[in-house]
Design a protein around this ligand. Structure first.
Ligand SMILES: [Zn+2]
Length: 119
């Protein structure tokens, strides 16, 4: 991968991380307010559902932030863009679409197959 491509992906990861963290903050705020205004039982139930959904979303985004952190770490170590299984280069176009990808297509498919077997 060229140096300018790596730089571009680095920027992309930083921007994604930034927007995820900003979104999480507004989510937390929304959830708290939603809980306070909940009046009768129906409202409370809606509030609960909303809060559960928010928690699930926050959880998913937290996982994504962790993946971004790992990708950023790999950039600083000079190992970014290589498949964690076979060491194959993932290629700029795949990383541009999904900068947190850590496996090549072949290893990814193999992993998904395995997950299905044990699911
Ligand atoms: Zn691979």
């Amino acid at each position: 991968m060229r140096q300018d491509q790596l730089k571009c992906l680095h920027q992309l990861l930083l921007r994604q991380r930034e927007s995820l963290l900003n979104k999480n903050r507004s989510f937390a705020l929304e959830t708290r307010e939603g809980h306070v205004v909940a009046g009768d039982e129906a409202d409370i139930a809606t509030g609960e559902t909303h809060r559960n959904l928010s928690i699930r979303l926050i959880e998913r985004e937290r996982v994504l932030v962790a993946k971004i952190d790992r990708a950023l770490e790999k950039i600083s170590q000079g190992t970014f863009g290589n498949c964690e299984e076979c060491g194959e280069n993932l290629g700029y176009s795949r990383l541009k679409a999904r900068p947190v990808a850590s496996l090549c297509i072949d290893c990814k498919l193999a992993q998904e197959k395995e997950e299905q077997v044990y699911a």
